[in-house]
Design a binder for this molecule. Structure first.
Ligand code: ATP
Length: 302
């Protein structure tokens, strides 16, 4: 009988996770893939967030015991600072964000927020403190108002609109015949990648987390949309500790620190200027992306 009820339990659990601020359906599947279920430590207190100081100390991590992914990783992101994470595909960038959100427990070392070990506080409080703007947001088949509003339970229409304005999606919504009541998602109006991302940004603004994880879209957006999204992201990152998983180096120039990942290790770290002067992996990535951007511009001009 217990076997029979397990899937139901699981559904309830997933549902709660979504309600508690998990903002992307894709991440729901990541959760379902998680083999060992993460549990709160007995009597765990909630996380008490002061400024959002994020630290990884000597973190080792493996999805499967036989294949280590992160090795002795150290990070220190001061309250309100921005850390950009760059590196080739598979280097371990997204893994860092999954660990901070505690989708997985680590094999060695410690991850703390404002001095508290994240494995010793409740998951609900941890996830309430972190907002994620994922690469590709999957929307619910419901109104735009609902899709933005679930960033915070009980948000009023006025609050939803303020967030939408800050995320630069309000004017677009108002241009639709049904405005905020427009049904979106698979069975409704299909939004473009940039529009979906702005819905996710509005949602995160409503959630108002101390810590933010931005997973930059890899797909190219047209340059006007790109500029709108960049300015919306800048605004949401202000006064919050931010980790950006960056695919385009042009967006990391202003970060307080950039780390360059390679095969689960940090191989270079520093500011943009410092890393360029170092003439290593980062400088090579930068030059290649500059050349690609120039080639694209030439092509567009032809
Ligand atoms: P990308 O830029 O392509 O998104 P990334 O740098 O974010 O890549 P990660 O997703 O962190 O890379 O993956 C790091 C390594 O961990 C990869 O080798 C990947 O195959 C492995 N990995 C990722 N997720 C899992 C998982 N759920 N189970 C097992 N291995 C995984």
């Amino acid at each position: 009988l217990a076997q029979l009820f397990r899937p139901l339990d699981m559904l309830g659990w997933v549902y709660r996770e979504i309600k508690q601020g998990l903002i992307d359906m894709e991440q729901m599947f990541t959760l379902l893939d998680t083999e060992a279920e993460i549990e709160d430590a007995p009597g765990a207190p909630p996380l008490a967030v002061s400024g959002g100081h994020v630290r990884f100390e000597h973190v080792d991590f493996a999805y499967e015991a036989r294949r280590p992914i992160l090795h002795d990783l150290d990070l220190d992101v001061a309250p309100g600072a921005t850390l950009a994470i760059v590196g080739h595909s598979g280097a371990g960038k997204s893994t860092i964000s999954r660990i901070l959100y505690r989708f997985y427990d680590i094999a060695g070392g410690r991850v703390t927020i404002d001095g508290q070990d994240i494995s010793q506080v409740t998951q609900a409080s941890l996830r309430a403190a972190i907002g994620i703007v994922p690469q590709d947001t999957v929307l619910f088949n419901d109104s735009i108002a609902y899709n933005i509003g679930y960033g915070r339970a009980g948000a009023s229409q006025a609050e939803i609109e303020v967030a939408a304005r800050q995320a630069q999606i309000h004017d677009f919504v108002m241009s639709l015949p049904d405005g905020y009541e427009t049904t979106v998602g698979e069975r409704g109006l299909k939004l473009s990648g940039g529009e979906k991302q702005r819905v996710a940004i509005a949602r995160t603004i409503l959630k108002d987390p101390a810590i933010l994880i931005l997973d930059e879209a890899t797909s190219a957006l047209d340059s006007a949309t790109e500029a709108d999204i960049q300015s919306a992201l800048k605004r949401v990152a202000e006064h919050r500790t931010t980790l950006v998983i960056a695919h385009r180096l042009s967006t990391v120039v202003d970060a307080d620190e950039i780390i360059v990942m390679d095969q689960g290790r940090i191989v270079e770290r520093g500011t943009h200027a410092l890393l360029l002067a170092r003439d290593g992996l980062y400088a090579a990535m930068w030059l290649r992306q500059q050349a690609e951007a120039e080639a694209e511009a030439m092509e567009a001009a032809e």
